[in-house]
Design a protein around this ligand. Structure first.
Ligand SMILES: [Zn+2]
Length: 94
């Protein structure tokens, strides 16, 4: 019985979880707006982003690819867009 009571979240934990959920939803909306705006400004960059970087701190910087000079969104120290990175992977495997 006492184990069951310990597993119940406290009102403070429930309130905290609701706030975190609301903030994450706001962040997702902001991220989507940033990506939409960026793609409007750089229509040739849609496939060049690194979406796996976006949730990390400093993961949504506007970068310029060292190879093709196209703009893309990703971690601030990335030097290569996703298109050029995957092209390099393919030539490596040949
Ligand atoms: Zn590139």
């Amino acid at each position: 019985m006492s184990d069951e009571i310990q597993l119940q979240p406290t009102p403070a934990e429930i309130a905290k979880a609701a706030i975190v959920k609301r903030l994450e939803a706001q962040r997702d909306k902001l991220d989507a707006a940033i990506i939409t705006g960026f793609n409007r400004k750089h229509p040739d960059s849609k496939e060049r982003h690194w979406p796996e970087d976006f949730l990390h701190e400093n993961g949504m910087y506007e970068c310029i690819c060292l190879h093709c000079r196209h703009h893309f969104l990703g971690y601030k120290r990335r030097m290569c867009c996703k298109v050029c990175a995957s092209a390099n992977e393919e030539t490596k495997n040949e």
